[in-house]
Design a protein around this ligand. Structure first.
Ligand code: NAD
Length: 464
């Protein structure tokens, strides 16, 4: 942030490929954040389920007509390729559609009370109410629009009020989605985007008196800071990952190498569920590495606005420099660099490192970019131990057809998700998603689960 921007209280948003300024957003003061929460708290949403579903269906239809401009915006502020940003816009349409669908469902339960000898002629019922206070949402840079959609859509579906702070690196997509929702009929009081410097306003977003729930997606360090600050209020933390793809000796190696490369390079490797470690049985490792290197060399990258290329930049130059440094450190410790580790500004080439020791930094820490460290193993016990041997526990992929192996992975991997013969990131926007250990507290997101955490379950009983 330069001095002029600081004085004018704006944040400049830059295209990571060229550094050009592509927009500015306000840099809110603490007083403005307080006003936003007070205004949201004062408003009492009255939308029917039909209203909420209609708004989100309309927003999905509007967005489907604007895929081009919406994906251009994501690409310009994040450096993600047009392929990645176009895919992301499709995901946002899915979140809107699923949330509209869920808004129409009443998930209340009814329990007869004459089930035991001391029963009564009554019934207990449940219903879900919006929170009494306001939801505070904080999102990361890596899916600038879809992360915002995963916060706001379940909030609308449940008639809540939300104040959301997007990443200061990619705030334009959040405003874009907000305007789209207002155009579709959402009362402005139900959703407010606020942008600013987290060092200045983040504490207010966590501790404001009107905040009932903080829902955060981002890195482990900030997530743990929020946990230490939030006090007596609900928190949902969706944090970093270090997801493995485990390739057993019976796997279809062509399929495994395809999943591994796609899982590692899509979205410039910046998915919380990107493949960050390739844990491969030694008997098939040479074959796997040969295919992986070929697929890596074929993975096109460059100007993010060039719709023909697979991959754009990473978020900024300092992120690219960090990957370069970690790869160089691994090489100095004995790993073999087979392709990549070329950097030009924020452009970082897809990279394969073979013979990586699981304790090297590149494999122990979340390396949030297009880096493929290959770790070889001899037995399934070793594969499980390596997989479980970091602080993270988000998702995983396993490549095998053997039911005995699959059963062991499903029961023994310490993660939120096990995908057999799919990338770790595979899911529907509707399905439960989230991690354990440092990746999260076990409370899930995905539209259905977010609806649960965004509501108070009330029980009531009636004579019957
Ligand atoms: P980050 O933690 O640096 O920032 C995330 C958000 O937190 C931003 O909006 C930032 O402004 C805000 N923030 C910064 N300091 C804060 C503070 N002290 N208090 C409150 N908020 C603060 O993460 P990032 O670099 O934007 O995103 C990348 C990380 O997000 C990766 O670790 C990735 O794995 C993770 N992520 C997790 C999931 C998931 O669902 N588990 C999904 C996507 C990304």
């Amino acid at each position: 942030m330069n001095d002029r921007a600081q004085q004018q209280r704006v944040i400049e948003v830059r295209f990571p490929f060229t550094g050009e300024v592509v927009g500015t957003v306000p840099m809110a003061t603490v007083a403005e954040v307080r006003e936003a929460f007070a205004a949201a708290h004062k408003y009492k949403p009255k939308l029917t389920r039909y209203d909420r579903a209609s708004i989100m269906q309309k927003a999905a239809a509007l967005l489907r007509d604007r895929v081009g401009p919406a994906s251009d915006l994501i690409t310009r502020e994040s450096g993600l390729s047009k392929k990645d940003s176009t895919y992301e816009v499709g995901r946002v349409c899915d979140v809107l559609t699923f949330s509209a669908m869920e808004a129409l469902k009443d998930d209340g339960q009814a329990f007869s009370c004459d089930l035991t000898p001391h029963g009564k002629q009554r019934r207990v019922y449940t219903k879900r109410d919006p929170l009494l206070g306001v939801i505070s949402a904080i999102t990361p840079f890596n899916h600038p629009m879809n992360q915002v959609a995963h916060k706001v859509c379940p909030s609308i579906a449940t008639n809540n009020r939300m104040v959301l702070k997007p990443s200061e690196k990619t705030p334009l997509s959040a405003y874009y989605l907000a305007e789209l929702l207002y155009e579709a009929g959402l009362p402005r009081e139900m959703f407010r985007v606020i942008t600013g410097d987290p060092r200045e306003i983040a504490d207010e977003l966590i501790t404001n008196e009107h905040v009932d729930l903080v829902t955060f997606t981002g890195g482990v360090a900030v997530g743990k800071y929020i946990a230490s600050k939030a006090g007596y209020r609900r928190i949902v933390l969706e944090l970093g990952g270090n997801d493995p793809i485990i390739v057993m000796e019976d796997a279809d190696i062509e399929e495994a190498a395809t999943l591994a490369s796609q899982g590692s390079y899509k979205n410039s490797g910046q998915r919380c569920t990107a493949v960050k470690r390739m844990i491969v049985h030694e008997s098939v490792a040479d074959h796997f590495v040969e295919l992986l290197v070929a697929k890596t060399k074929a993975w096109t990258f460059g100007d993010p606005m060039n719709a023909k290329l697979e991959m754009g930049t990473v978020i900024d130059e300092s992120a690219a420099k960090l990957f370069e440094a970690r790869v160089n450190e691994a090489v100095s410790q004995g790993a073999k660099l087979l392709v990549g580790n070329q950097r030009q500004g924020a452009l970082y080439s897809p990279t394969v490192l073979d013979r990586v020791d699981p304790k090297m930094t590149v494999a122990m820490q979340e390396t949030f970019g297009p880096v493929s460290p290959v770790i070889r193993f001899k037995t399934i016990d070793e594969a499980i131990a390596i997989s479980n041997g970091t602080a993270y526990g988000l998702s995983s992929a396993v490549c095998t057809n053997r039911l005995d192996y699959i059963n062991r992975f499903v029961s023994e991997l310490q993660v939120g998700t096990v995908n057999v013969r799919e990338v770790p990131g595979y899911r529907l926007e509707l399905t439960p998603f989230g991690g354990i250990k440092d990746s999260g507290l076990g409370y899930k997101e995905g539209v259905q689960e977010a609806i649960k955490s965004f509501t108070n379950l009330k029980t009531f009983s009636l004579p019957n």
